[in-house]
Design a protein around this ligand. Sequence first.
Ligand code: URA
Length: 212
Amino acid sequence: MKVHVADHPLIAHKLTVLRDERTDSPTFRRLVEELVTLLAYEATRDVRTHVVAITTPVTKTNGLKLAEPRPVVVPILRAGLGMLEGMSKLIPTAEVGFLGMVRDEETLQASTYANRLPDDLSGRQVFVLDPMLATGGTLIAAFHYLIDLGANDITAICILSAPEGIAAVEKEFAASAVPITIVTGALDEKLNELGYIVPGLGDAGDRLYGVV
Ligand code: URA
């Protein structure tokens, strides 16, 4: 598994404002969108392309275009939805599927409660959007789900990650034939006893959309 932790002053600045408890929801949503676009630039480094012949006003040349079938972007509901706009800005032609995962706050186990995905993801490159990689339970369940549908290359974009979550995903997919990459804005210190990332930013869904 490949892990890429962003190292860029603009990302660090935006993350600092995002973490601040005084940041209101509209600002939080805008920052998440901007951060995802910056992280997506790194996450799509190995997006599949093919060579095409074109003619510029000056000459004939070859260029690269996104290969078919297009990548599939999968936000994990609910908080991953706040990341979709930022990703779509970079790959507007990607197909979008949705996966609803819920975490039992006592056992911290994740389960699927909804999905809207192609039945067959054979050979597809998939980008999963989940802002908080905490215990890793949600991503592990989501990755298994996508691999079972045939996905053969998975990259997750996470705004923040905990070392425990990265280690859990790494262990779970150590022998997997499917290449897995995690691109994250920061690797935080640890999880607390409630499963929250420390220092973190609190509950990403609540901060994006308010407490329901
Ligand atoms: N989910 C969140 O929204 N925040 C955390 O810190 C951990 C999981």
